[in-house]
Ligand binder design. Structure first.
Ligand SMILES: [Ca+2]
Length: 211
């Protein structure tokens, strides 16, 4: 009987020790899970200004040469989700004025494209251009996905960049355009908000082309 009692006590002590040992592990696991979302937010890496000669195309200080497509392209395809493109004095990085682009809700059954255009580029010969760079202020609480496109030559050939995703806040947008067609005769500059989103506003300033 004594041996049996000793065995029972030993087992009880082992269970207690195991219980104690497991508690710190649980606490560490919980701490890691709570920290994870913060790491996700901080994971956005700001894009770097590319080397090369920068030519300012628009700083939105000399009037508004941009417009929202809205329903004007409906005859050629699905409805464009841009609403308005107006000057805003609420924010600017080169002077106090920027372009305020307002886009409608983009659900899965929509074109998921809101286009903001300028048909009077300051320069039309972009031969050798490598990037379009602009300052972006995403004033919404959700990410905004953007690309840039140009229509070029008398055929109005459309080429667009890869999409980039910008979290809320101010960012540098750097869009590679070195493979674009017809850069010697640019007719139209276009900023597209793409992908699904709940609609909103994005501010643009200091639109430059880098050679
Ligand atoms: Ca400006």
């Amino acid at each position: 009987m004594k041996k049996f009692n000793v065995l029972v006590v030993l087992i009880a002590v082992m269970i207690m020790l195991a219980g104690c040992a497991s508690k710190p592990e649980q606490t560490e696991t919980a701490a890691v899970e709570e920290a994870a979302p913060v790491e996700t937010v901080a994971s956005y890496t700001e894009l770097e200004m590319p080397a090369g000669e920068a030519v300012l195309m628009d700083n939105f200080e000399e009037g508004n040469f941009w417009y929202a497509v809205a329903d004007s392209w409906d005859q050629w395809g699905s409805h464009n989700l841009s609403l308005t493109a107006e000057l805003s004095s609420s924010w600017g990085t080169d002077g106090g004025t920027s372009l305020e682009c307002v886009y409608d809700i983009a659900g899965p059954a929509t074109s998921m494209q809101a286009s903001f255009c300028c048909d009077q580029p300051l320069e039309t010969d972009w031969t050798g251009a490598k990037f379009v760079v602009m300052d972006i202020n995403n004033v919404e609480k959700h990410d905004v996905q953007l690309n840039v496109a140009v229509q070029a030559t008398d055929g109005w050939t459309w080429t667009q960049s890869a999409d980039l995703v910008f979290p809320p806040g101010e960012h540098l947008g750097v869009f590679a355009i070195d493979s674009f067609a017809g850069l010697e005769a640019v007719k139209r500059m276009i900023i597209n908000v793409t992908g699904e989103n709940p609609g909103g506003t994005v501010l643009i300033d200091n639109y430059r082309v880098i050679y």
